[in-house]
Write a protein that binds this ligand. Structure first.
Ligand SMILES: *[C@@H]1O[C@H](CO)[C@@H](O)[C@H](O)[C@H]1NC(C)=O
Ligand SMILES: *[C@@H]1O[C@H](CO)[C@@H](O)[C@H](O)[C@H]1NC(C)=O
Ligand SMILES: *[C@@H]1O[C@H](CO)[C@@H](O)[C@H](O)[C@H]1NC(C)=O
Length: 192
């Protein structure tokens, strides 16, 4: 029963992988953001020297909305101040988040190397902010817990909270000819 449900989910995910045309970079960005369940978040290290002030990329589970939705475009995260990267964010909340279709079956199926621009990837930069209790936090919880069910049982004493990357810049690599930039306005207005 569980295996069947998993198969159906995998099938739905693969069927949903109809990437928008590469000319439409804002839609591609929304598509990649919605397709990915995790990303690499780069912070400026607040650790002791010699790391302090240096870039530090770490893996975080993300979700912009439940899989069977169009998604909000906002990368939500579930964070604890015990995390080394979250300690960086407490000093400087500027961060960069990278997500790639290499994290889905798309690039492998097409035979695209993760570094190939055809294996679409998106780099966001912005500020990581706590999501205050209320409607948006409720949405963040549904977005994250639906894709990462294990989060519901993460240790309570770690004081997890919902956060998001407030996006200030979007870069898209989805074709040859160099990186493209998309304004946050175009990104949020696009239909994935
Ligand atoms: C983001 O970086 C800028 C430039 O270094 C800095 O002035 C600002 O305080 C940072 N913002 C936050 C929220 O940490
Ligand atoms: C926000 O919600 C969390 C979890 O429900 C709760 O522990 C916390 O006290 C709330 N914070 C505020 C300021 O209401
Ligand atoms: C990002 O921050 C700005 C300025 O604080 C705010 O107006 C905007 O609503 C935020 N965007 C998102 C997606 O939360």
């Amino acid at each position: 029963m569980r295996a069947l449900a998993m198969l159906l989910l995998v099938g739905a995910a693969a069927g949903a992988l109809g990437i928008p045309p590469h000319e439409d970079a804002a839609r591609v960005a929304r598509f990649v953001a919605h397709s990915c369940d995790w990303g690499a978040l780069a912070t400026l290290s607040a650790q002791d020297l010699p790391m302090r002030g240096q870039p530090f990329a770490n893996v975080f589970s993300v979700s912009d909305g439940p899989r069977r939705s169009t998604g909000s475009g906002v990368p939500y995260m579930y964070l604890t101040a015990l995390d080394v990267s979250v300690r960086d964010l407490q000093v400087n909340a500027n961060a960069s988040l990278t997500v790639s279709l290499a994290q889905t079956s798309y690039c492998k199926n097409k035979g695209y190397d993760p570094q190939s621009p055809l294996c679409a990837h998106v780099i966001f930069s912005g500020i990581v902010e706590k999501v205050p209790n209320g409607t948006e936090a409720d949405f963040a919880k549904t977005a994250l817990f639906s894709r990462h069910p294990e989060m519901a049982s993460w240790p309570r004493d770690h004081n997890w909270y919902f956060a998001k990357l407030n996006i200030t810049s979007v870069w898209v690599l989805d074709y040859f000819g160099g990186i493209k930039t998309v304004t946050p306005e175009d990104y949020f207005h696009a239909t994935p």
